[in-house]
Write a protein of this length. Structure first.
Length: 339
């Protein structure tokens, strides 16, 4: 099966410059129980699931401190859970095909009835710290039932959840003031599970992802310097622990033609001109070829599943060629081959 996918990575940066509380006001318990939900061992049923514990969070006043008097300053806190910033809802998304997903949500027994399934402020959890009483318990990971046909859904599904806690002034219950400039906790948990069509058995699931680094290439500069440009990466994932090197990655030109015969090349798209050939290499290795690379997967992830991550670079443009001006395009195809 041939899979060519693109990912867009978004990053969120927090800059803090104010503080109106001190860390020693609070005792915060953060006990993660997440490994079993991030090793592709757990299945997502088509009709969803509930109640998978992922982390224990506990908050209370520090016993060595004296709570401020009522009406002076509230030492309450707010828990905010977010996920991928480009989405308006929490999702388990199929690796390599973002059109396939299961909607996710988080629950906590202290806020019965609240299904935290988006970053909407309505899903924030206000915690009132009364004296030195403890607030805490497990957060549970859940998935809503899916609808329609299961066809094409089999694969590996990933997401992450970011848990943040901020001090909050609740002296006016109708107008709580969250101090975003002073995060008391900022932790991210990752999840990776599988879906099998029919939900049966212990099937093997794989995923292949292409991650582009650049969309434009200065060919003349590479020709002049004789250098290399890292253009992207390839990540292979599986839930397969068995076999002896059962997987290979095949890297070939993406244009039509006979594999192993046609070269890697840029082709003019706004007119006619000779193709601009180049070599493809796997960064930090000696694997460089003008037409095809076949790489055996020999590594596993921390959970013992077959896994590989490589970066691809383009190089060896003909220093003596005279190129015709114009717009050119080139494709690199990555294929997963199994024994």
């Amino acid at each position: 099966m041939k899979r060519i996918f693109v990912l867009t990575l978004l990053f969120l940066v927090i800059i803090s410059n104010l503080a109106s509380a001190t860390y020693d006001w609070y005792n915060i318990q953060w006990d993660v129980n997440n490994a079993w939900l991030n090793d592709n061992s757990q299945k997502i049923p088509w009709n969803g699931f509930t109640g998978r514990p992922t982390v224990t969070l506990g908050v209370q006043y520090a016993t060595t401190q004296t709570p401020p008097p009522p009406g002076v300053f509230s030492r309450d806190v707010t828990v905010i859970i977010t996920s991928e910033p480009h989405l308006t809802e929490f999702r388990f998304t199929k690796v390599g095909d973002p059109t396939k997903y299961f909607r996710a949500y988080v629950t906590h027994p202290k806020v019965a009835g609240l299904e935290i399934d988006s970053p909407d402020p309505a899903n924030y959890i206000p915690i009132h710290l009364d004296g030195w009483n403890y607030w805490g318990g497990n957060f549970y990971l859940n998935a809503y039932p899916n609808t329609g046909s299961e066809a094409g859904y089999e694969g590996i599904y990933t997401t992450y959840l970011r848990f943040q806690i901020y001090p909050t002034d609740n002296t006016d219950p109708n107008n709580p003031i969250i101090n975003y400039d002073y995060p008391l906790l900022d932790e991210t948990l990752h999840y990776s599970m599988i879906f099998l069509e029919g939900g049966l058995g212990g099937g093997i699931v794989t995923a292949l992802v292409a991650i582009p680094y650049v969309t434009e290439v200065d060919v003349l500069e590479l020709q002049r310097t004789g250098g290399a440009l890292t253009v992207g990466a390839v990540e292979f994932m599986s839930n397969d622990k068995k076999g002896k090197h059962p997987y290979k990655l095949e890297i070939t030109p993406g244009e039509p033609g006979i594999v192993g015969v046609i070269p890697f090349a840029f082709h003019r798209i706004d007119g006619t001109a000779p193709q601009i050939t180049y070599d493809v290499g796997i960064r930090n290795t000696s694997e460089v070829h003008s037409k095809k690379i076949r790489r055996k997967v020999v590594t596993k992830d921390a959970n013992g599943n077959w896994y590989d991550f490589i970066e691809l670079e383009i190089l060896n443009f003909d220093p003596n060629a005279i190129y015709t001006s114009g717009n050119y395009q080139s494709r690199i195809k990555i294929t997963l081959v199994t024994n």
